[in-house]
Design a protein around this ligand. Sequence first.
Ligand SMILES: Cc1cc2nc3c(=O)[nH]c(=O)nc-3n(C[C@H](O)[C@H](O)[C@H](O)COP(=O)(O)OP(=O)(O)OC[C@H]3O[C@@H](n4cnc5c(N)ncnc54)[C@H](O)[C@@H]3O)c2cc1C
Length: 422
Amino acid sequence: MYDLVVVGAGPYGLSIAAHAAAAGLRLRVFGRPMASWRDHMPPGMFLKSEPWASHLSDPAGRFGLDTYCAGEGIDARHGTPVPVPVFAAYGLWFARRAVPCGVDERLISRVRPLSGGGFRVTTEDGEVLFSRTVALAVGVMPFTDLPPVLAPLREGGLVSHSSDHDDLSRFAGGDVTVVGGGQAALETAALLAEQGTRARVVVRAPALCWNTLPPPWKRPWWQSARAPHSGLGSGWRNWFYAELPGVYRKLPADYRTRVARAALGPAGAWWVRERVARGVEVLLGREVRHAAPSGTGLRLALSGAAGETLHTDHVIAATGFTPAAARLTVLDPETRGRLRTAALDGSPEVDAGFASSLPGLFMAGLVTAASYGPSMRFVLGADYTASRLVRGVRAHLRATPVPTPPGTLPRPAGERAQYERH
Ligand SMILES: Cc1cc2nc3c(=O)[nH]c(=O)nc-3n(C[C@H](O)[C@H](O)[C@H](O)COP(=O)(O)OP(=O)(O)OC[C@H]3O[C@@H](n4cnc5c(N)ncnc54)[C@H](O)[C@@H]3O)c2cc1C
């Protein structure tokens, strides 16, 4: 029986694995390393977060993005956007160095709690293993959100989510409507326009919101005192979210949940602004009211200007992610039902060690934003999470007896003690 199975090999899963390995836990890690960054973003995208806020976490701090970039001769200074392929390659480099047990690329199809404690974990091809604890670090992809008016058309291929694309070239020469006003929408639309697609964005808000160029790293002290740098942008509020997730968790639950969703709302990066202005049609203050197939594309009826309709070949909904526990389909419905959730958005509540209400089941990443705040929506939160979560796992291992996997004969006490040490 393993001490810990980590489900997910993105920035959070790999960071947890690095800390768990350093703590000597008997460990398995599953998932395609950096899958979101390798398979769900088209080439040409950049990180919006600063390089110094985009490190994966290992206990000794040896494998930061800065170390990787220095070795590769890549510029990773403050204010220099990091290309997504560089970040994906960094994650693979990190995994090779910081996760000595390696990563098993198979997906986990089911995690089921055992009556005597521990978990039965089943891989996509049917292998079964047992673990005393499980950390779910499944990222954002299980939680894609589509507006109800568009969702039924996804199956026919006329509508997609922005995360469905690692290549936009099939839309070259066509007409694509992107729904949403955040970075994913604006950068996707800019990339479409630059490859010769007629691109427009449909945005609910009356104006687009743009982040400004970050203030210089070194500046007079009074400027830093007024608006300190933080991994989530400058300013005291962002500093609080970035630096004090443990204090954030002590705020009232409904307030935490609301702020985790609304803070750092939809906004484009400073470096995409001109590109949008150059080639993208922007329709503000509108929502898609109705969508129906028409010819080889779709006809969209928009709210806003009365009776406005348009014809487009395809709709890309860049409408984000909702981390509800009900969407954690790696857990069976009964287990999902046992998770204590935040009343407002249905995401699982976790404790000071990132443990869910199900003993031995830990959570990381976006699903913990309602507990720990907006930094958990970003790579930045991986450092705080990995160290606390592994501490939580170790506390659980100390406090609970080693369960006997089903179908195994009980062992004599001496043998059990030896077995426990691994
Ligand atoms: C377009 C876009 C741009 C972004 N830009 C930034 C940015 O600039 N800076 C930033 O900090 N954040 C950014 N984010 C947010 C980013 O997704 C998260 O910060 C980060 O990827 C979260 O890491 P994670 O490990 O939780 O999840 P992910 O990176 O999504 O990784 C999830 C992992 O779980 C695995 N997995 C899922 N289900 C299973 C299963 N059943 N079995 C086994 N493995 C499974 C996947 O294979 C993958 O390895 C961006 C997000 C998007 C969509």
